[in-house]
Design a protein around this ligand. Sequence first.
Ligand code: GLN
Length: 552
Amino acid sequence: MSKKSNCKYIFVVGGVISGVGKGITASSLGLILKNRGLEVTAIKIDPYINIDAGTMNPTEHGEVFVLDDGDETDQDMGNYERFLDINLTRVNYMTTGRVYSRVIEKERNLEYKGKCVEVVPHIPLEVIHRIKEAGKKANADVVIIEIGGTVGEYQNMLFLEAARMMKIEFPKDVIFVMVSYLPTPSKIGEMKTKPTQNAVRTLNASGVQPDFLIARGGTMLDQKRKEKISMFCNILPDRVISAPDVDSIYDIPLNFEKEKLSDKLCGILGTFCKKPDDGVWSKWKNFAKHAHNSKEVVNIGMIGKYFETGDYILSDSYLSVIEAIKYSAYMQNRKAKITWLNATDFENDPSKLKELKKFDGIIVPGGFGSRGIEGIISSIKFVRENKIPYFGLCYGMQLLVIEYARNVLGLKDANTREVNPNSKNLVIDVMESQKELLKNNLYGGSMRLGEYKAILRDNTIARKAYDKKEILERHRHRYEVNPAFVKDLEVKGLVFSGYSPDGHLMEIAELPKNKHPFFLGTQFHPEFLARPLSPHPLFTAFIKSCINNKKK
Ligand code: GLN
């Protein structure tokens, strides 16, 4: 095999405002380069002190995305995995907290050999070390590094400093892409470039000059504004790329290639690129087309509690679940319409339960704590009795078991220790090992996290959907089905169709098909493994039963 050329590094930074698609841009850049035969990996840098995203409320920070190795990360990691169809590990994720604690640990170990350890350069040097390691681990030709936040924030300065230092070390191998926003104020009716000009100047003040500008906005950037940005931001006009709002994020790589972006990137980086790989590309195009052409709707109700932020609805908390639903729906030529149902509404007004009949299927995603729980349990009872397809993810599985224990086994006070530790029938409880952790307040990174194996029982919905005997799925939970109740639940008809290899932990609960078209919950989070080109088998089985439910 010929020797690989130097690894290339593409930094993606945000200008003007956050939330305009930096993560999707980074993912799309990765995909168009992968499509040119390059080995690509991606890193997300989150500039907060938290060691990981696991201790944050999803309404603060969006979904916590879990990796195979159990790292609790930012939702953008999910975008990278989905677009690039790769599995990332903790080397691909960095926070300020993580970098500082490593530097402090090294200082305590005398690894700085008596030097005064300073914020600059030691923090950026640690950042650079981590970026290089991630590249090496993936044997990557290109590492895409997304720096969280926007330029000018105090928080990400040390990461920009690391990027600047890398450019000095590898002048030919590092490029910068700024994703900026161009507002069109309604009363002015014209797209304004000034905030972007200022953002580029702010970045310049950190010693960084963007090579490309991705111009996000409501509409296409016209020639005049392209020239203005080029002139005032010091970027060649053909490197100012228009990125207007789109209906489907999966069009973005295709739009980038309309502007020949992979050619331009490879041109500057001096990378040898193959012709576009027809295999990956045509599959992606086909998938993106489905997102537009699937017209018939499948109506999914999602009962959750991490939607509201102030007066706004934030669906980001369940991003992977939403994408997983979409992939399986597109595969059936359907468009998924997802309606957010607030769990507490069903508690305040039980007559609302009837409204669940409007949906082809109901999902209860993961969650924590007691708020809204009784509303969810009543909803599960309703969909079980009315044979509406139900898919419970993690907490959604635990609550399914509680509902069954209460209403079929007659254990009226059945509960989880998380909600009511005084219940006599803790059908969901903690493992012994967790009790010690909780006693000592050791919450961070201490749940059952990441990939674990499960064995599937023959002749079940799960076994049929996966079409294999053993599976690996990602977990994020502290509580478990209490083994003391498993026999009784089984006698009353609940089937544990997936369990840990030692038989102690229940991984999937379901009702047989002759009792209910689809009533299934997983202790793991299948949504983390759903990919555009390979939808998750359980989501597909659920969507199929929703479609059948609709036909009736
Ligand atoms: N709160 C539950 C537990 O900790 C479920 C977690 C989840 O849904 N991710 O076990």
